[in-house]
Design a protein around this ligand. Structure first.
Ligand code: SF4
Length: 114
């Protein structure tokens, strides 16, 4: 009887450790998926900021910051908030909670890299 209780306790601990490890592994998956979701132009914050994945499609009448010669040189890839290297197609942007934006994109929060 005592031996069974010891074995059961051991088995219980083993099962508990496996279940805990599995729960930790599962909890990591959604975080990675959320972090990888690229910003869509249709999102309310993207619309409010005038974000476009292709900067050439920005409505410069509505967002005159990107109008003219100086504005035409503004892209996510040369914005201070683009957390990527030269040539990266996408990189996290802090305006969008570090979700990826297009290097060829633009939004009204653009700030020149120093
Ligand atoms: S803040 Fe900069 S990197 Fe982020 S979306 Fe706007 S222009 Fe692009």
């Amino acid at each position: 009887m005592k031996r069974e209780q010891t074995i059961n306790r051991r088995n219980f601990l083993k099962i508990g450790l496996k279940a805990g490890g599995g729960a930790l592994a599962l909890s990591a998956i959604p975080i990675q998926l959320v972090a990888a979701e690229e910003v869509a132009e249709s999102e309310p914050l993207a619309q409010a900021m005038g974000y476009k994945a292709d900067a050439a499609t920005v409505d410069t009448a509505k967002f005159p910051k990107r109008a003219g010669e100086a504005g035409a040189n503004q892209f996510c890839h040369n914005c201070a908030l683009f957390a990527g290297k030269d040539g990266d197609e996408t990189a996290p942007c802090s305006i969008f909670q570090n979700r990826p934006v297009r290097g060829a994109g633009w939004c009204n929060a653009w700030v020149a890299k120093s």
